[in-house]
Ligand binder design. Sequence first.
Ligand code: FAD
Ligand code: 2HG
Ligand code: ZN
Length: 488
Amino acid sequence: ADMHPHIKRSTAFKSLDDADINHFKSFLEPSQVITDQSEVQPYNTDWMKKYRGQTVVVLRPKTTEEVQKIVRYCNEKKLAVCPQGGNTGLVGGSVPVFDEVVISLTLMNQVRSLDEVSGAFVADAGLVLETADNYLAERGFIFPLDLGAKGTATIGGNVATNAGGLRLLRYGSLHGTVLGLEVVLPDGTLFSNLSTLRKDNTGYDLKQLFIGAEGTLGIITGVSIMAPRRPNAVNVAVLALDSFELVQESFARAKRDLGEILSAFEFWDQAAAEVVHKYVSHVKNPFMEGDRPAPAFGVLIETSGSVKEHDDEKLSRFLESLMEDSIVTDGVVADSETQAKALWGVRESITEGLSRAGAAYKYDISMPVPKLYSAVEDMRERLASKGFFEQGRVARVVGFGHLGDGNLHLNIGGPQYDKEVAEAIEPYVFQWLKELDGSISAEHGLGLHKAEHLHYSKPDRMISIMKQIKDLFDPNGIMNPYKYLPKS
Ligand code: FAD
Ligand code: 2HG
Ligand code: ZN
């Protein structure tokens, strides 16, 4: 893999040969066994074009039984595998490192059931998140997770990464909303637990281990999740602010004054707004009309409730008080669903803008909110002191994220991936986070990028227990190797 030349292929794994391919073809249709190199290539390349694998085969099962047959065979033959959903992961976990067999779940995309009383929703793991949410919307429900990659990411991938996203503030993490899972274990047996029960204290809650395991313990084939009723009154406002202190003040007030109807509190800095303005032309920032400079900070607030008049009144009183007390310099409230979507676009297209602008080093960090933005300021100073801006090797240091969850996305953008720049950032940024008791991964996971850096966030004893769990489930180590856990 380009970004990790120090990793060596494990000799414990067999190399794929014609007999293996013929075996797969004995129970899969020709279209489910992809070996044509140009067709295989997208499965070897991650969303950021930062990580590249070398697989020669992609398998596309349509049923849980097919996944079981594939995995059982791979385990017997010691063929390493890489589970893949929408391939939108941002830590190099979704593409192979060497010649691991890619098992793509995207043909397993059916809704299995929806209980319209409780909201328990059961579906195949390869169902696209947006398709799931649209299905639920038509029936008055909402998927409890939303993220910018919703049009491609799968619900199985979401569970495998324990994705956080734009609705966590309201609906909580997948560790709370997932009711049950169906997982093909590394020996091909089935972990069959598609429960639709809200409460079930019968033994260790094993499904939790697969939530955020990033495909290292098994392949998720089915997901049962709690879908809340879709709120019928949704308001979206975007605010302009002069400092991060004022962003925090507006957050504290939003929690106080909007209370139970506050459903999202997202923020971005000037550099983030500029990147969207410049590289994502269909998205219009309301504060940048006529090429006005972006405000120092932007905030998106969403409220969700059941009675529109109540929410409208609460929100307008809240916004008036922010203006009166000079906490915000400007504000826009969406007056239609279309405009609400457009305002969300300003926040959701930052990642796309960054990737269109060139290469981006991504750090997905958790910190106590008062210190959150210092990660950006500190990094700007550090890279400036090394002359990287002057040399044109770093174009921008960008900060944005889920302020309501204490989660900052620090991105360092430049024309291309640059080894020296990378070395100036890492492991410095991880050390910095450790000293401030932050987390090196808030929601994107470890993947290939952070496997060797886990010790910055977890003590040795915890890492050794994680390794025991990995060995218990996957003694041959075939499931998504080289990733997630440190090597020795
Ligand atoms: P993939 O990328 O295919 O895989 C991710 C990991 O899960 C890999 O390790 C893979 O091996 C494993 N995996 C996938 N499917 C399965 C399965 N069925 N069983 C077992 N393991 C599996 N993430 C957030 O948390 N919050 C955000 O707000 C957010 N926004 C994003 C916005 C954009 C524009 C992009 C490109 C990404 C964003 N992400 C975000 C990251 C990414 O979308 C999420 O991690 C998502 O959950 C990945 O889903 P996927 O189906 O694409 O999984
Ligand atoms: C988001 O919140 C995603 O938009 C992506 O988690 C963050 O690009 C990033 O760093
Ligand atoms: Zn995010």
